[in-house]
Design a protein around this ligand. Sequence first.
Ligand SMILES: [Fe+2]
Ligand SMILES: [Fe+2]
Length: 189
Amino acid sequence: VIALRQQTDPSWIQLAVARFDAVLQDHAHCEKKAAAHALSLLTSYPQLPGLPRAMAALAREEAQHLSQVVQLLEKRGITLGRDEGDPYAKALYAHVRTSNPGRMVDLLLVSALIEARSEERLRLLSENLPEPELRAFYRELALAEAGHSNLFVKLAQRAAPEEVDARLSELLDLEAKLIRELPVRAAVH
Ligand SMILES: [Fe+2]
Ligand SMILES: [Fe+2]
């Protein structure tokens, strides 16, 4: 997995455990966006070898996560609610170049970063939530996010082998800065 350059502040863990229901609502929307994003990449970049197969499988897996999280919400008597948006993802996408092939590489690398940060956050939930059932659920999902992050890096390497390391390093610095600067929310990011 990508080595992130800024660890999540402990204040996020405290807030996320205290307001877990809100985190769970946001988490459902994250899975929904991950599934939709996979299909959108397949639509935009069908020519990249391996991408259509990988994104079709990813969309199915993320939709499965969405289904699991929605069932958890129902079990806890919480409605899904509207998507409040994700300032973190929005700020990262703002750095994506507007024309290809740079755009394709950036979209893949930003996806890799979001998956890596999600891995960290879901792992923190698996280590800090009180309910054993939830801890096991988040442990499993964190492992899945790690795999997704690696998949996106691999696709980015295939898309632009000569520039991917330098661009990933730039985006890692930007991501770390965002994590330091954005307010802590009762949400995955
Ligand atoms: Fe997922
Ligand atoms: Fe994912």
